[in-house]
Ligand binder design. Structure first.
Ligand code: SF4
Length: 502
């Protein structure tokens, strides 16, 4: 099936390339990236084009600006790969007026732009849908680079390295949805609709919540209009939001879809996540009717004391109830997301996973329960931004213990790589000094083994990223002004520390 484009393009003589630092299938499934591409493509005076790591067919001599969308810490590798293929110098100081202007935005940039500031001329911090449009208007002026950067610096949310920047936060006025439905997308022929942004729960490690405060949701009628629009072109509808169930009319949205399916409309429905305490029979029945066989809940920790400490305020009864509802209403599988290496975690907290898993397994024959463990990565702009990273050795020991224990119970478990998560921690809390190492690591094909070697050879100090930051010191990402600010994060951190010590 050919791609279906849901808007009309304009053209112009300003050549803007939107680059996705991974394969095209992921680009096509990235709602934020595709929405910004559509905005550019619909802007009079702009000639917009998309590229990705597996499709870099663009003439850099004719390109005025190159914009990257960065969703994951290791995406820098894709950025350098694309620049390399286009023969554009990596460092902005090595580029001149003849090179395209290069900028970036996305969740990683909003959380901490500092590791990347030697690569980009400017970056967008916070919600991008309006700041991007304002940037396009300035770009079209085709001013000399310094003049252009001066003008761009006046736009809220634009970070020109070494300046301060106010994080941009928008009201959700228009529902964002997939503008190009494609069979090449990772989510094949799927129409994704943003229901809400952020999360009210404020788990202390979570950037999806903290960098998207306050929680905002789209108007019910506009969501329904978007669903109807999508259904004109595809049966595959996906609802997106870190905390869908906090939408005040989430039940009505699900009911609307349920009624449509019951009246004979074929809809394959998927949703991004469900909070454990929000699962109810109606929601599960709608998902099952929409063809969903599995769902995921995130409990993070099996011990109640650790869940309280990280501000994941769900009880064991709620977890037990969620699994029961999932099973009784027709789901075949349930994945339980959890985390190892949470600050203050001890062996008893880890053993609690086995106790809980056994209990859930015994009580719920007929549904396949699976655990998926990541390891705690302290992230900027969260109350745990000062915390230390657990050692790889301890995490791996706990992984082996859990793998063995869960397998005895007959439960499958998947684990993220503790070694890669270690380097993710380094990247997350780094400053601009890491840029030269990123280039060297890229030249070593971004292999895991090259990180330690390169960091050592270049003498880059990663101690603070791993051992944690001093609460009295300034942090690399303090250049971002956001609400709530650092004082609030610190108060919350203190409150949680008192809880764990009780
Ligand atoms: S419930 Fe999920 S999305 Fe919300 S703050 Fe916690 S981890 Fe983040």
């Amino acid at each position: 099936m050919a791609d279906i484009k849901l808007y009309s393009s304009y053209s112009g003589d300003y050549n803007l390339v939107l680059a996705y630092p991974a394969q095209e299938s992921f680009a096509l499934s990235s709602l934020g990236y595709m929405w910004l591409f559509m905005l550019a493509d619909m802007t009079d005076g702009i000639n917009a084009k998309r590229i990705s790591t597996d499709n870099t067919s663009c003439d850099c001599n004719k390109t005025d600006a190159l914009a990257f969308s960065i969703s994951f810490d290791f995406d820098y590798n894709g950025v350098l790969k694309i620049l390399d293929k286009l023969k554009i110098p990596f460092f902005k100081d090595e580029r001149n007026e003849n090179h395209p202007l290069i900028f970036a935005g996305g969740p990683v940039i909003t959380t901490n732009p500092r590791p990347y500031e030697k690569f980009f001329d400017f970056m967008l911090i916070g919600d991008g849908e309006n700041s991007f449009l304002e940037v396009l208007e300035v770009l079209k002026l085709k001013l000399p680079k310094q003049e252009l950067l001066q003008k761009l610096s006046e736009i809220e949310g634009v970070y020109i390295p070494h300046n301060k920047v106010v994080k941009r936060t928008e009201r959700l006025e228009n529902v964002i949805y997939t503008p190009i439905i494609s069979s090449n997308s990772y989510f094949k022929n799927t129409f994704i609709i943003e229901v809400s942004r952020g999360c009210t729960n404020r788990c202390a490690f979570c950037t999806a919540s903290y960098t998207n405060l306050p929680y905002r949701f789209n108007d019910f009628n506009k969501i329904i209009d978007a669903i109807e629009l999508g259904l004109k072109y595809t049966d595959n509808i996906a609802l997106l939001g870190a905390q869908l169930s906090a939408h005040p009319q989430f039940s009505e949205i699900m009911k609307y879809l349920h009624n449509k399916m019951q009246s004979g409309q074929n809809i394959n429905l998927s949703i991004s996540s469900l909070r454990t305490d929000a699962i109810n029979p109606d929601i599960v029945k709608t998902l099952v009717l929409g063809g969903q066989k599995h769902t995921t809940i995130a409990i993070e920790a099996a011990s109640e004391r650790l869940r309280r400490f990280i501000n994941k305020n769900i009880t064991e009864d709620q977890i037990i109830n969620a699994v029961k509802i999932a099973k009784e209403n027709g789901l075949k599988g349930l994945k339980i997301y959890s985390m190892i290496g949470i600050p203050n975690e001890n062996d008893n907290d880890i053993a609690e996973f086995l106790r809980l898993a056994k209990l859930l397994k015994e009580q719920n024959k007929g549904i396949n329960i699976e655990f998926s463990f990541s390891s705690f990565v302290p992230k900027p702009q969260t109350p745990f931004q000062w915390e230390k990273r657990e050692t790889t050795n301890t995490i791996e020991k706990r992984q082996h213990y859990l793998e063995k224990g869960l397998s005895k119970i007959g439960i499958e478990a998947k684990f993220s790589s503790a070694k890669w998560d270690f380097w993710q921690t380094v990247l997350s809390r780094a400053d601009e000094n890491i840029a030269s190492a990123l280039v060297e690591i890229y030249k070593n094909q971004g292999k895991l083994g090259s990180y330690k070697k390169v960091i050592k050879e270049l003498g880059i100090n990663i101690e603070k990223s791993i051992e944690g930051c001093n609460v009295n010191e300034s942090l690399p990402w303090d250049i971002i002004e956001s609400r709530p600010g650092k004082d609030y994060l610190f108060e919350e951190y203190q409150r949680l520390m008192k809880l764990i010590k009780k």
